[in-house]
Ligand binder design. Structure first.
Ligand code: FES
Length: 255
């Protein structure tokens, strides 16, 4: 689909938990074509510079007129987005990236870690069949009740305050999860763990590496990762997470 740079209107801005915000944006032309796992570049000012922040799409409303983003405030740019008020206008570009490949699976395992959790929500809505949803948090949870609408939710927290004490892999072992197509988004160490879990159980895994992105628009090359596709000139082909991903099959990339 065509990428558009346009203005969106803030329809709702809610603090979900410490530092995590949920914003609904009205922008029909992007909402109509966006797919789960794609992301937006949100433009914000840092000092005098206007810079894009890549933020994944958490949800698209049923009428396909609005997009939801759920993000963590991690600096001046994201703080500016978090302070936006209802009816404010914000410049966005999207939909960006390839999104998840919606294969016709009867049994899926959705795995989200930290700020990799939000994009799994629109995916959960769109995947057919049985879904087990494994969510890893530091301590405070968010979006859990919304995920429960779409499948069985299993929680891991680093401090053990809710669910399994440990990470998403610990939670999957505790609950005996061994079968299904894996869809995951989260920090690189988590994706590395998911990749080895998948190969241990002989499962296909799609990994979204969005944490690695910086500019989000193919300009900075901060997001380059090694892929196993060979091109004509070398044994290793570098891929930009923001342009060629953020979703890759686990066996396509080195982590
Ligand atoms: Fe800048 Fe991909 S994030 S090139």
């Amino acid at each position: 689909a065509e990428i558009k740079k346009t203005k969106a209107v803030i329809m709702e801005n809610e603090l979900l938990c410490d530092g995590i915000y949920s914003i609904w944006l009205k922008e029909e032309s992007i909402a109509k074509v966006a797919k789960p796992g794609q992301f937006l570049s949100i433009y914000c000012k840092e000092g005098s510079r206007l810079l894009p922040r890549p933020i994944s799409i958490c949800e698209i409303d049923d009428e396909k007129t609005m997009l939801r983003i759920v993000f963590r405030v991690a600096g001046a740019g994201t703080n500016e987005i978090a302070e936006a008020k209802k009816m404010d206008e914000i410049e966005i570009m999207g939909p960006l990236g390839n999104g998840f490949f919606l294969e016709n699976t009867s049994n899926s395992i959705l795995i989200g870690g930290g700020i990799g959790i939000p994009p799994m929500l629109e995916l959960a809505k769109n995947l057919p069949g049985k879904k087990q949803i494994v969510l890893g948090y530091r301590s405070e949870t968010f979006l859990v009740d919304e995920f429960k609408l779409y499948g069985e939710v299993i929680i891991a927290t680093e401090d053990g305050s809710i669910g399994t004490k440990g990470n998403v892999i610990d939670a999957m072992r505790e609950h005996g999860i061994t079968d299904g197509m894996i869809f995951a988004c989260g920090p690189t160490p988590m994706l590395r763990g998911v990749k080895s879990f998948a190969s241990e159980h002989n499962l296909v895994a799609q990994l979204s590496m969005e944490e690695r992105m910086a500019c989000g628009i193919g300009a900075c090359l901060a997001c380059v990762c090694k892929s196993k596709d060979k091109d004509h000139h070398s044994n290793v082909n570098n891929k930009r997470v923001c342009k060629d991903g953020p979703v890759f099959y686990a066996d396509e990339i080195e982590l």
